[in-house]
Design a protein around this ligand. Sequence first.
Ligand SMILES: C[S@@+](CC[C@H](N)C(=O)[O-])C[C@H]1O[C@@H](n2cnc3c(N)ncnc32)[C@H](O)[C@@H]1O
Length: 238
Amino acid sequence: MSKFEKTKWADSEFSQNYRDDADIYLPYRSQFIEVVKSLYSYFIDKKSEVRILDIGCGDGLFVQEILKSFSPKHATLVDGSSEMLKAAQNRLEHYKNTSFIEASFQNLVSDEPLLENFDFIYSSLAIHHLPFEEKRKLYTYIYKLLSPGGCFVNYDVVAPQSGKVEKWFLSLWRQWIAEHPCKERSEKLLDIPDQYKANKDNIPDTLEAQLSTLVEIGFRQVDCYFKYGIFSLFGGFK
Ligand SMILES: C[S@@+](CC[C@H](N)C(=O)[O-])C[C@H]1O[C@@H](n2cnc3c(N)ncnc32)[C@H](O)[C@@H]1O
């Protein structure tokens, strides 16, 4: 089984750089989050006493966005990095009914420490670090954790169908960074797409393979809800 401690996310400088620069180099990040909020509003917000879970939560930005607009009964945030969790705790310090759990995806699957069910499970830009078999095990565990009618969405990078398309998607990503209004900062980040490609921690699988796996596990209404280049938002319902 892969080990979280061996990835770059266990390195504090790497995770700090992400927190500092992600808004500049993640194409349409706020639009991706708006689409998730729309899905949440349409399908989940009508339920009573909603419990949400964010796995690989980073510094808690997504849960904060949900808590600004909606009032779930409880939010649980999980991450393998204690530093990321601390940043999430700071960001959400004024919100009650939140809990923070330090655990890797590998721990979640093997130890099953989460004892309740959730109506909405979210993950962003984290699951692509797992090899395909471990993704499948995590998706199976997520399915088990969902309440009937609950929804799982994953906003993540996926592998393109061919090398040619991948080259185009990476150039599209570079162009997006270059067009950022703050040139001084964006110029320093132009090599992020190449770093992403060279980093062996990144093991994206195709969208097609992951959607089929979700269907096999039992998820319904499985679909890709939004996409730009390699960045995809997909998931399904229980
Ligand atoms: C790119 S950051 C994304 C953070 C947040 N979801 C966001 O969108 O801003 C990836 C996060 O996944 C976490 N992560 C990566 N691999 C993990 C694993 N195997 N188990 C638990 N967390 C993991 C990292 O610590 C980091 O916080």
